[in-house]
Write a protein that binds this ligand. Structure first.
Ligand code: CUA
Length: 173
């Protein structure tokens, strides 16, 4: 007699029990993800802006001389960075605490990611697109900006420093 696998799953109480356990576990884990995404104010970036990655150096914004931290007239700060194998440029970024920061970043070669542990700053840096993140850093200190998308042999060594300084000294570097 041929075995009907579907019939077997539906009829066996033990199979049914384990199917339910697996489904409940998956729902529980998805719930945890959702809880932390909402609780930590993590959301997908909404910026869709394309750029020619092979000509970054010829663009106004991402030319080498224009990278770094700029203070806007309203007091907020814009940080312009390039991710390239294997580093973020500029390698040290200094921003003031409790100030709106707009990070704009483009990749010069392959897929990279930027993640600043203990903050909500994290985004993929996809070649061909400008990644934009708006955030505010509530604590002063030195943080690592690390690449969190595997980009090649030097991936483990791809990182920059983010320094969050008190407001009075901030953003003028
Ligand atoms: Cu860049 Cu990993």
């Amino acid at each position: 007699m041929p075995i009907d696998p579907l019939r077997h799953i539906c009829d066996d109480p033990l199979e049914r029990k384990w199917t339910w356990i697996a489904l409940v576990l998956a729902a529980f884990m998805a719930g945890i993800l959702g809880f932390y995404a909402v609780g930590s104010n993590i959301h997908p970036p909404s910026n869709v802006e394309t750029i020619d990655s092979s000509r970054l150096h010829l663009t106004e914004e991402f030319a080498e001389d224009n990278l770094g931290v700029k203070t806007n007239p309203d007091g907020s700060v814009t940080v312009t960075m390039v991710a390239a194998r294997y580093g973020f440029y500029p390698p040290v970024v200094e921003v003031p605490v409790d100030t709106p920061v707009k990070l704009r970043m483009a990749s010069a070669d392959v897929l990279h990611g930027i993640h600043v542990p203990y903050t909500n700053m994290t985004t993929m840096v996809v070649p061909g697109y400008v990644s934009e993140v708006n955030t505010t850093f509530p604590n002063t200190g030195e943080f690592s900006m690390i690449c969190n998308e595997y980009c090649g042999l030097g991936h483990d060594h791809m990182w920059s420093r983010l320094v969050v300084v008190p407001k009075t000294a901030g953003g003028q570097s």
